[in-house]
Ligand binder design. Sequence first.
Ligand SMILES: Cc1cc2nc3c(=O)[nH]c(=O)nc-3n(C[C@H](O)[C@H](O)[C@H](O)COP(=O)(O)O)c2cc1C
Length: 178
Amino acid sequence: MDFLELVQKRRSLRSYKPDPVEQKKLDYVLECARLAPSWKNLQCWRFIVVEGEAQKQALTTAYAETNPGRKALLQAPLIIVLCAVPAESEVYEGKDYMMLDAGLAMEHLILAAAEQGLGTCWQGLFSEEKVREILRVPQDVRVLAMTPLGYPAEERNPRPRKDLSQIVFKGSWGSSDS
Ligand SMILES: Cc1cc2nc3c(=O)[nH]c(=O)nc-3n(C[C@H](O)[C@H](O)[C@H](O)COP(=O)(O)O)c2cc1C
C-alpha cells in the first residue's frame, strides 16, 4: 500500500468489532506517534490508553450526547486520549504550536492504525473538565482529543474534499498562475 492508498483508506469509523487490539499493534501505533516532528523537538504530547469498561463508559458520558461518535467510543476495545503539556511547547506570534504538534502525533497514530487494519475516529466533542476528572489529568495539562481504536465493523466511502484548485495557489494568495 503506498502512502496515497493509505490516506484514502483511512476514514473516521464509528462502528467497531469487540475483538481486542494486539499489544504489538498498539505498541506500533504509539511508536509511530512518538516519532512525530514537533516545535523545537519539545514533544508536548501524552497519550492515555483506556481499556476498562467503567472508564470507557465514563468517557462516553463526557462526550456530547448528540454525536454518533458515542457508539464508537463504547464499542471499541480501546480509547486513546490525546493530552498535551503547554509548558513543553510555545506560542509564537500568536500561533499555539502545542495544538499543531499534538495533532501531528495523533495523526501519525491514526495513519499507522489504518495501515495495521485498525479503525479510528478523531473525537473533539467532549467536556475537557469531565475527562480530566475521569483520567486524573492535572490542571496544567490539556486534554485535546480522543479516538476509539479497534477493528472496524463498517466500511465507508470517502467524504468529499475540496479540489486542489480551491486549496493550492501558485506564487501568491488566490493566484492559479505562477
Ligand atoms: C480535530 C477533529 C475533531 C473531530 N471531532 C469529531 C467528533 O467529536 N465526533 C465525530 O464523530 N467526528 C469527529 N471528527 C471527524 C471528522 O468529522 C471527520 O474527520 C471528517 O468528517 C472527514 O471524514 P473522514 O475522517 O472520514 O475522512 C473530528 C475530526 C477532527 C480532525
